[in-house]
Design a protein around this ligand. Structure first.
Ligand SMILES: Nc1ncnc2c1ncn2[C@@H]1O[C@H](COP(=O)(O)OP(=O)(O)OP(=O)(O)O)[C@@H](O)[C@H]1O
Ligand SMILES: [Mg+2]
Length: 397
């Protein structure tokens, strides 16, 4: 088929031609935001899932939904190595400036901007990466203690009051939440808790890897009651079929039944893999309908493309010791695996591997579903590790 018209969209955060199977979650968030806006109780929503399941594109779509409903939004991605206050400050400023254009909210929004000035000035010493335009002078005593937990709470309260007076809500979309440091996470949880107690219209919609609920719970023990943690997983067969068929149909192209079944089976319903395989099957086919043979023939290039992009970006960030650790896990299968079994593969003591495992958790490569268990955060990573480090000599690599 004509590659120019290929509808599929593999890529990190690249919106899919059809966002399949996520309507319930979108609706859940829409309802939470609408309730908060009316002063009713609703929990913030933190979506958890493996790499490539579509958390980022879902978060972005939810943000579009919220904006279409007239909700004030901010959107940040927590990268490794930047502080949460530095990420939040400029976004909150934009939200407050927007709110200040609403006559009913103007005074409270300006108070919010004073709070932001106090917040930025007093925390600058500790979080040197804070860079934000200051529109007003601080108000002494408002969000300027120099203590993140207190000041973030005070700041978000002023934003919530401004949003309420404008009859709207503030929805904060934060991606890769698992990278936020524990004390900063604790401050965010406290602030959200305080806003919830006052029924202020602020909601957090976050996304992160499966370690997120545990990290939140360690930061503040009540976090697991304060938030909902819906799982974003691979698409079920119906949704996976839709993700493949609908974009092709829109171009007048069909798939045979066995071709669709093969695509769903090969990708196990993982969204990133569906996009990649769909793309290659399309490029490989010479006419509609796209057949099973096309799907099989496209597997080589689809896997090569995944290896070069989706898997490779993760692999290249690993140290040799981390690579060996993951290769040992791969030798045991998809997992999860006991620490003792991994150590045995490496002919090492469990304790001596602790630091490597901890680094891999920090990098978001593995997580611990239960005490002493280790699992990949990237689906099918075990097969990739064996492709990229074949044979037996990885033991001494
Ligand atoms: N519901 C869906 N239906 C079809 N395709 C989807 C769906 N969700 C995501 N995709 C596709 O899957 C790929 C990965 O999406 P995305 O980057 O949002 O995943 P992610 O969970 O954020 O991954 P990571 O953890 O690596 O950031 C993209 O190519 C996207 O177009
Ligand atoms: Mg993402």
């Amino acid at each position: 088929m004509d590659p120019v018209l290929n509808p599929y969209a593999p890529g990190a955060g690249t919106p899919p031609p059809e966002l399949a199977g996520r309507d319930d979650l979108r609706e859940k968030v829409r309802i939470a935001v609408a309730r908060l806006r009316r002063g009713l109780q609703a929990k913030s929503v933190l979506m958890v899932g493996l790499r490539g399941v579509g958390k980022t594109v879902l978060l972005d779509r939810m943000r579009d939904d919220a904006r279409a409903d007239g909700v004030q939004t901010i959107r940040i991605e927590a990268p490794e190595g930047r502080s949460l206050p530095a990420l939040l400050a400029p976004q909150l400023r934009q939200a407050l400036l927007a709110l200040s254009r609403n006559l009913r909210a103007r005074d409270l929004a300006q108070r919010g901007l004073r709070a932001l000035a106090g917040f930025a000035k007093s925390l600058k010493l500790k979080y040197q990466d804070i860079e934000v335009g200051l529109d007003f002078d601080p108000e002494p005593g408002l969000a300027d203690n120099g203590d993140l937990e207190h000041d973030l709470q005070a700041l978000l309260e002023t934003v919530g009051q401004a949003a309420a007076s404008a009859d709207t809500a503030l929805a904060m979309f934060i991606d890769e939440l698992q990278y936020v440091k524990e004390d900063e996470l604790a401050a965010l949880i406290t602030a959200m808790h305080r806003c919830a107690q006052q029924r202020l219209p602020i909601v957090l919609v976050g996304a992160g890897l499966p370690q997120l609920p545990g990290r939140m719970g360690r930061a503040k023990s009540y976090a697991e009651r304060l938030f909902d943690f819906p799982e974003v997983g691979p698409l079920n067969a119906t949704a996976a079929r839709l993700a493949i068929i609908k974009p092709a149909n829109a171009q007048g192209v069909d798939f045979t039944e066995p071709a669709v079944a093969a695509l769903v089976a090969k990708t196990q319903g993982y969204p990133y893999f569906l996009q990649e395989w769909g793309k290659h099957a399309w490029d490989h086919a010479t006419s509609s309908p796209i057949r099973c043979e096309d799907v099989f023939a496209a597997s080589g290039t689809a896997i090569a493309a995944l290896d070069e992009s989706f898997f490779r970006v993760r692999f290249d960030r690993l140290t040799p010791a981390e690579k060996r650790y993951l290769r040992a896990m791969a030798a045991l299968g998809p997992g999860p695996h006991r620490s003792g079994d991994i150590a045995e593969q490496l002919q090492r003591k469990v304790t001596s591997l602790g630091p490597t495992r901890a680094q891999l958790i920090d990098k978001g490569m593995v997580w611990s579903p239960n005490h002493g268990d280790t699992a990949f955060t990237v689906p099918l990573f075990d097969e990739f590790m064996i492709r990229i480090m074949p044979g037996d000599d990885w033991h001494n690599a």
